[in-house]
Design a protein. Structure first.
Length: 202
């Protein structure tokens, strides 16, 4: 009888705390980041190790890929600030140190406050986000977790975005997820003085 009571009590406590544990969005597993590239760089890199040095236009595979990724910088129709929210959340979920470092700066140039950039790490449930900003962050989370945007999130975004912009939002998250894989694996390095992810978030 005592054993049964203990088992019931354990089940109750476990159930009570389950939402607290599962509420946080899981990121990719941690890894030991590279401190230098693991590929040969062009002779003209002059100490900088940017994406274009990691994937030069002279490479047949990289040339069309650079055109694709460049689209999201030059031709995207989603407002810049909102695009940066998607990118920063994707970088955080993917442990994309290089992307976070670059877009921390670009995000603030686009209108995000330093506090908002920091709050991205807390996710869509953090206090302070508008309903629409939270939906953007949640879309990144859902694509990261299940490769699918829920109806609720989609419908919130659709209140403001055209169908073309909805497609764009999904492609932005996919693009920067892939870029994080590429930079993390090949060893992209930020310029001196540019801060990457917070130490506890790498």
């Amino acid at each position: 009888m005592k054993r049964l009571i203990l088992m019931m009590a354990f089940a109750f406590v476990s159930g009570a705390f389950a939402p607290l544990v599962s509420g946080a969005q899981e990121r990719v597993a941690p890894f030991d980041g590279l401190t230098s590239p693991r590929i040969t760089l062009p002779d003209d890199h002059e100490g900088a190790i940017s994406h274009r040095h990691m994937c030069p236009e002279s490479n047949d595979t990289c040339r069309p890929y650079l055109s694709y990724t460049g689209y999201f910088v030059r031709n995207a129709t989603i407002p810049h600030r909102e695009r940066e929210l998607l990118i920063l959340r994707t970088a955080w979920l993917s442990r994309g140190n290089y992307i976070w470092g670059r877009h921390n700066v670009m995000g603030q140039d686009a209108g995000l406050s330093r506090e908002e950039v920091s709050r991205v790490t807390a996710g869509p449930g953090a206090a302070g986000w508008s309903t629409f900003d939270a939906a953007l962050l949640r879309a990144a989370d859902e694509l990261h977790t299940s490769r699918f945007v829920s109806d609720g999130t989609w419908n919130t975004l659709a209140q403001r975005y055209t169908e073309s912009q909805l497609r764009e939002a999904v492609l932005i998250v996919g693009n920067y997820t892939q870029l994080s894989m590429f930079h993390n694996t090949l060893g992209a390095q930020l310029e001196s003085g540019v801060a990457g992810l917070p130490d506890e978030a790498r």
